[in-house]
Design a protein around this ligand. Structure first.
Ligand code: FAD
Ligand code: DLZ
Ligand code: SF4
Length: 506
């Protein structure tokens, strides 16, 4: 045997760089289910089941193309429980000439991989992950010398680079961004599609019983597992999204409705992040739907922007700023995350809905993550590291490279404004406008202070007041601080008292 090719749980793409010149006659592939990866964050049970099942299916796919795959299941008797241990064992058993691996997506694992050559005295070829549109150097070059790293400008570069929605060198329709058309609240009686669900096959059923046994103390429900686990499943899910939901994706992107977990969102991030779908393919499919008249420009542009704009930009920030980024805590926030983040047991209807579906399906859409659970954590001054660990554990699509900048930067403003120009905070008003949650909440969103008032209302002003020295000079918050300053002393005191009372009982 010449080469040993290690494929990790989020590298399940046949075009992954580690397989580029692989020879099934000569090389061996190593895939391992290891406790270390399943527990470095206490991942949701459905997330672990999804990843293990997708890994096992991918191993089958490789075997069908003639490869020899050494696949170590979690409960294999000699499983050492870590990438390190399993690689060491495979090197001993197979004596490869070289190890090949595509660079891991997380800083933590990459740092470890870079020690392997010395540790095992076998040459290691760490290859670039070419499944992204911009590589790390390209992003670093774009960022160099810029005062502010705004996604919008980076996104335009990516549009030009991919030629998506570009005609004669110009953006289709004359504008780069149609977000101004994308702020509609949803109506309860609208037709709501659901993402395609899949019956577990035998491989998935075996994984489900393994996860049930081994991870019973992890967060989340395992029953009613409905995720796909193969490339074919993921492609079907993509087709289904394009046919049933893309049309309204843009208009209702920020909407929230009781009992409607997905609205017009794609629920494709989990497939994309493990490599079952390719970002450019997805965007080309969406573009095609626009040219075929199946979906309007505001939806298609909005969807493409999330993938070639936000997703790529977020990854760029991660690699530009790690490892220090993880420790960011601009507001010096120290409060422990309330226990109801793990149970959903709270009288706040918006929080109960977002956390409840997170628990049942390892999914919440962007506005629930940003403007409900994220907003609340920021307003109460929760420790950003703790909230980062929560997001990393609870979502099926959560991998540190994409989760961390979204949490530390976008949601918690813990990086002091590197990623966003102002904190994403709101009182209950925004949630009332974009959802129907407030109508069946114990709290009254119209009341500003007191026992029955929506907690977001007083917490909003408490946050602004206690962080005044850090935020007052932010030009985008000028009008908000002017409103605060114009209030009577009595009203301001009332807000602070109400918020303190709520915070004390958390
Ligand atoms: P859609 O709304 O259908 O969007 C289409 C695709 O665009 C997504 O599948 C995703 O690949 C991409 N996308 C959209 N927004 C973003 C974004 N801000 N960053 C990166 N990609 C984006 N996304 C993850 O993939 N993994 C995470 O761990 C993750 N953690 C988040 C934590 C917080 C606090 C916040 C505010 C956002 C987080 N996001 C994360 C981004 C976003 O919320 C999810 O990508 C999205 O909700 C996934 O659902 P969807 O596939 O239905 O997305
Ligand atoms: C998330 C995850 C989990 C739960 N389990 C495994 C595993 O057992 N084996 C594996 O190869 N990958 C797993 N993953 C994904 C890895 O955490 C991910 O590939 C690395 O963090 C990338 O740096
Ligand atoms: Fe959430 Fe406040 Fe509305 Fe209740 S009233 S659902 S707490 S925003």
């Amino acid at each position: 045997m010449r080469n040993l090719i290690l494929i990790m749980g989020d590298q399940l793409s046949p075009n992954i760089s580690s397989l580029k010149d692989a020879d099934p006659e000569r090389d061996h592939i190593l895939m391992v289910e290891v406790m270390e990866e399943a527990t470095y964050a206490k991942h949701h049970k459905k997330k672990i089941a999804f990843i293990f099942s997708a890994m096992r299916h991918f191993a089958e796919e490789l075997r069908e193309t003639g490869f020899t795959v050494r696949y170590v299941k979690l409960d294999a008797p000699k499983n050492t429980g870590s990438f390190n241990g399993e690689l060491g064992r495979a090197i001993k058993d197979l004596s490869p000439e070289k190890i090949i691996v595509t660079e891991p997506s997380e800083y933590r694992v990459l740092s470890d991989v870079l020690t392997w050559e010395d540790r095992y005295s076998v040459p290691i070829d760490v290859r670039e992950d070419t499944r992204f549109i911009a590589n790390k150097d390209e992003f670093a070059n774009w960022a160099a010398g810029r005062k502010a790293l705004r996604m919008e400008y980076f996104y335009r570069e990516m549009r030009r680079k991919t030629n998506l929605l570009i005609e004669d060198g110009k953006p289709v329709g004359g504008k780069w961004n149609y977000d101004s058309e994308n702020r509609k609240p949803a109506d309860n009686d609208m037709f709501m599609p659901s993402p395609l669900s899949f019956e577990p096959d035998e491989i998935t059923r075996n994984v489900l019983s393994l996860v049930d046994k081994q991870f019973s103390d992890h967060f989340g429900d395992l029953d009613d597992f409905w995720f796909g686990a193969t490339r074919q499943d993921a492609e079907k899910a993509l087709n289904h999204f394009i046919e049933t939901a893309l049309e309204n994706f843009g208009a209702y992107q920020d909407a929230m409705l009781i009992g409607q977990k997905y609205l017009y969102h794609s629920v494709l991030s989990l497939y994309l992040n493990v490599g079952l779908l390719d970002p450019i393919d997805i965007c080309r499919r969406a573009q095609e739907a626009y040219y075929e008249g199946k979906a309007p420009l505001n939806s298609v542009e909005g969807f493409i922007r999330q993938i070639i704009g936000w997703r790529e930009y977020i990854r760029g920030i991660y690699w530009l700023k790690m490892p220090d980024y993880e420790k960011s805590n601009f507001f010096d926030a120290t409060r422990a995350l309330p226990n109801f983040y793990w149970t959903g047991a709270t009288d706040m209807r918006c929080m109960a809905e977002a956390i409840g579906q997170t628990k049942s399906d390892a999914y919440a859409h962007h506005i629930q993550r940003l403007m409900v659970t994220g907003n609340f954590a920021l307003l109460i001054g929760a420790n950003p590291h703790e909230i980062h660990e929560w997001y990393l554990a609870v979502y099926a699509d959560a991998f540190e490279w994409v989760e961390m900048p979204n949490t530390i930067g976008m949601s918690q403003f813990a990086d002091g404004g590197l990623l966003g120009s102002k904190p994403y905070i709101s009182s209950g008003n925004y949630i009332a406008k974009m959802s129907n949650y407030c109508g069946s909440c114990k709290y009254n969103v119209k009341e500003k202070t007191g026992e029955n008032a929506c907690p977001f209302n007083a917490l909003y002003w408490h946050f602004l007041d206690r962080n005044s020295d850090k935020l007052r000079s932010n030009p985008r918050l000028g009008p908000v601080y002017r409103t605060w300053d114009r209030m009577s002393d009595e009203k301001r005191k009332d807000y602070i008292k109400s918020a303190n009372k709520f915070l004390n009982q958390l």
